[in-house]
Design a protein around this ligand. Structure first.
Ligand SMILES: [Zn+2]
Ligand SMILES: [Zn+2]
Length: 212
């Protein structure tokens, strides 16, 4: 668990371990992408969230023993923050709630944009993600996410052992070898590629059919 603070904010925020797998509430917590961990996360106010930041946790509204515990985002998402008035959403449940709130008192209309912002417009996965501008959220900055992706692309080279085997009916080892050689040459032109057995340095073997 990491204890985080935000300048100008009296509370301490506890970034607990991210739940994994299936939970009581039937939520499947997606793992963070690539090599990213919660150690890569920083605490910011919602209004400081930048496009492409990965939103990983909110925090409980009330402190317990001086700590506000993380409320992990089930499916971390890449933020596309904007003012509510700029939201392309045509009326999700969150936006309907805000509209109801403003209709109850027309004076609130002017307040909406200072009271709420939207971190992600509604899509097939769910409604808009609204937040209070001062609300602390844990994010992994876009640059950190991009660096991890680059690193994932650059896999170090390792040595693999590739084996090919086939059976031939022949009257001598030389004849079998010659038949094998002819078959290997045929792969270059007309034959289907062979199914190959590939063993990695850790001794794990996979069988690869290049036609599949
Ligand atoms: Zn909406
Ligand atoms: Zn929006």
């Amino acid at each position: 668990m990491r204890r985080l603070t935000l300048p100008g904010h009296p509370d301490t925020f506890a970034l607990t371990e991210r739940p994994t797998g299936h939970h009581d509430d039937d939520d499947d917590y997606e793992p963070l992408p690539g090599s990213l961990t919660l150690d890569d996360a920083v605490l910011v106010a919602s209004r400081e969230v930048q496009p492409g930041d990965l939103v990983v946790a909110y925090f409980e509204k009330h402190a317990e023993h001086g700590l506000r515990l993380a409320d992990h985002v089930v499916g971390p998402f890449s933020a596309a923050p904007h003012a509510l008035r700029d939201c392309p959403c045509t009326g999700c449940e969150e936006c309907t709630e805000v509209r109801t709130w403003t209709l109850a008192d027309p004076a609130r209309v002017a307040d909406v944009s200072s009271r709420f912002l939207c971190l992600l417009p509604a899509d097939d996965d769910g409604p808009c993600v609204h937040a209070y501008p001062n609300e602390p959220v844990a994010v992994i900055r876009a640059a950190t996410v991009a660096a991890a992706e680059d690193q994932a692309d650059e896999q170090p080279l390792r040595e693999y052992h590739v084996a090919w085997a086939a059976d031939f009916e022949a009257s001598s080892p030389e004849e079998a070898a010659q038949m094998a050689y002819e078959q290997l040459k045929s792969y270059a032109t007309d034959a289907l590629p062979p199914v190959l057995e590939v063993r990695d340095p850790d001794g794990r073997t996979v069988v690869l059919d290049l036609m599949a």
